[in-house]
Design a protein around this ligand. Structure first.
Ligand SMILES: [Zn+2]
Length: 255
């Protein structure tokens, strides 16, 4: 992907000087060089903001220029924030994919039979797809498999923990969620688990199961909630940390 605005500072010379400003909470890289006009750019993959400014332009003037374009900058940054999830996975041979906390190398096999996924040894994930399948179709096969695996893993965890906590869910399911690992509606006694949990160690999945079940006893993350968590799953902070290490929506960490 090309920069949003292409400028001449690619030919950076030794005379340039780089420093950083923070404008309205946005970090701005400022490059001073012998040019006539001020250039402003927002760059992939993470929406880095860069200003190339003539030597005579003050930081205050740079700040004002950035503020003037704040709406545009925020729109560009939001675009980059949305894009990587779809565009980063090509679903090709050699790509790394995580399942239950283990890293696997993907091998893609094109065949005419039904699409499926199989693990081979400790480090290979075989993806069987139809010839000519797109990255989206391949990803759909993998996600369907993730869902099937979670559907098999979650019931035994519910069966283990419901009697311990003396609660009973009326319904549960798996879905894609952008900001949560799980959610609970205590009135309907319905819990949801994030499909992404299939990539995490089983202990993390168990922690989320317990967390959501505890919400049937206590809706809020208050002291009572923490006491219940500490009592039943004393290591829960460790598992939470394991989840935080690879936050949701950030998927360029395993290359
Ligand atoms: Zn919660």
């Amino acid at each position: 992907m090309l920069p949003t605005r292409f400028s001449t500072w690619q030919n950076t010379r030794m005379t340039t000087e780089i420093h950083h400003l923070t404008v309205s909470g946005i970090k701005v890289e400022v490059l001073r060089k012998d040019i006539k006009n001020l250039h402003l750019g927002v760059y992939p993959p993470h929406g880095r903001v860069r200003v190339a400014a003539p030597l005579v332009v003050s930081d205050e003037a740079v700040r004002l220029a950035v503020i003037d374009k704040l709406g545009w900058i925020k729109r560009q940054k939001a675009k980059f924030a949305d894009q990587p999830r779809q565009s980063q996975r090509e679903m090709v041979n050699g790509e790394s994919h995580y399942f239950l906390g283990q890293r696997y190398r993907m091998r893609v096999h094109e065949h005419d039979g039904p699409a499926r996924v199989a693990l081979r040894g400790v480090s290979t994930l075989d993806l069987f797809v139809r010839p000519g399948s797109s990255a989206e179709q391949r990803e759909a096969v993998l996600l369907r498999w993730h869902r099937e695996q979670l559907k098999a893993l979650i019931p035994p965890l519910l069966e283990r923990w419901q009697p311990i906590l003396d609660v009973q869910v009326a319904d549960w399911g798996i879905k894609k969620m952008k900001t949560k690992w799980g959610s609970c509606n205590p009135v309907a006694r319905r819990v949801w688990f994030n499909l992404e949990l299939a990539k995490k160690p089983v202990l993390c999945l168990e922690y989320i199961v317990v967390h959501e079940l505890v919400h049937l006893l206590e809706r809020h993350h208050d002291e009572r909630f923490m006491v219940l968590m500490d009592k039943h799953i004393p290591q829960w902070r460790v598992y939470r940390k394991m989840l935080i290490v690879t936050p949701l929506g950030h998927e360029d960490w395993d290359y």
